[in-house]
Design a protein around this ligand. Structure first.
Ligand code: F6P
Length: 351
């Protein structure tokens, strides 16, 4: 059996751990020949592969990024039916019996479209935002939360020293999971999420109240958050990308909104890709390894057109077509929202 492994879309801590686990599992299971496909589906279309043997994947578990490279600037489906057919022809020419695609919802949508055309493909969910439908925990999220939590702690000491309002912008374009968990772990006073449009006056009221007592305030804002009365999200449409990209900016927008309402100085920090790079946490290494091992089992059992996932803490799989659409946002009744409110964290809602 010959299996190709690719990573698509944005990177995230733990991709290499998945590559390592799927390769080792397939070699042990059935002495499979495993090849790494370079730069996602673009590389598959162009037939760019290299062999992955035991040695090639040893020592990868802690490495950030992806040794295979990724491409989110070239979706073969944007070239229409001809693009999809070129991928299928290339997979056949490479002698691949199966393809393992590790990536976010965009990658899963491509995988699903190719599965519908006959490609034997299985998926592993990846997003630091933790917002893939059908997956309660993606690897990389824990690492992003840890990085953002540390940043909040650092902002707290400098904010306290100067009596300032410190704003941290985390990633989270459509879903605010990173901001919510890091905000709680990093003791933010205010957490602003894409799911709850914030009220500037309410945020200012928290800062003013703290000006008179603690002198400083820490605000954790997800990049997709926006004010109730203004469309302030900064988006760019980049060539070749099928969805708009947020270039980072809500922290600065919020700083400009708050400064005239406060005595304290306001400072904004955009954490950006620091959350995506570097070594995965131990939790993410374990989760990525479990996903890699389980997806190898899907290949071994011939269960194609599916994505491995975690539900109720157990590994299972879902049909790719169930994954491809939508985002898993924070539900209005989520217990962490209630918990935040009950311990006195403001979610930017009017009093
Ligand atoms: O989708 C994951 C994510 O981390 C988003 O939160 C963020 O908007 C995006 O990636 C950034 O992607 P890029 O690296 O393409 O700018």
């Amino acid at each position: 059996m010959r299996v190709g492994v690719l990573t698509g879309g944005g990177d995230g801590p733990g991709l290499n751990a998945v590559i390592r686990a799927v390769t080792k599992s397939l070699i042990r299971h059935c002495s499979a020949q495993v090849v790494g496909i370079e730069d996602g589906f673009a590389g598959l279309q162009e037939g760019r592969v290299r062999q992955l043997d035991w040695r090639a994947v040893s020592g990868l578990i802690h490495l950030g990024g992806t040794v295979l490279g990724t491409s989110n600037r070239r979706n073969p489906l944007m070239e229409g039916e001809a693009g999809a057919q070129r991928v299928l022809e290339s997979a056949q020419a490479l002698g691949l019996d199966a393809v393992v695609a590790i990536g976010g919802d965009g990658t899963m949508a491509i995988a699903q479209a190719l599965a519908a055309r006959g490609l034997a493909v299985v998926g592993v969910p990846k997003t630091i935002d933790n917002d893939i439908v059908g997956c309660e925990r993606s690897f990389g999220f824990d690492t992003a939360v840890a990085v953002a939590t540390e940043a909040l702690e650092r902002l707290q000491t400098t904010g306290q020293a100067h009596g300032r309002v410190m704003i941290l912008e985390t990633m989270g374009r459509d879903a605010g999971w990173i901001a919510l968990e890091a905000g709680i772990a990093g003791a933010a006073d205010v957490i602003l999420l894409p799911e709850i449009a914030y009220d500037v006056q309410a945020v200012a009221a928290v800062c003013r109240e703290r000006e008179s007592r603690q002198r400083f305030t820490v605000i954790c804002v997800a990049e997709g958050a926006h004010a109730r009365d203004a469309g302030v999200v900064v988006q760019e449409v980049l060539p070749g990308r099928d969805e708009p990209v947020r270039l980072g900016g809500v922290a600065h927008v919020l700083a400009a909104q708050l400064q005239p309402l406060l005595d304290s100085e306001v400072r904004a920090t955009v954490l950006g890709h620091v959350q995506r790079g570097g070594a995965p946490t131990a939790f993410d290494r374990v989760l990525a390894t479990r996903y890699g091992n389980e997806v190898a089992n899907l290949v071994w059992r011939g269960e194609f057109g599916r994505m491995v996932t975690l539900q109720g803490g157990e590994l299972t799989s879902v049909a790719l077509q169930a994954v491809a659409a939508g985002r898993r946002c924070i539900p209005a009744e989520h217990p962490l929202l209630r918990c935040a409110r009950e311990i006195g964290v403001s979610l930017g809602e009017p009093a």
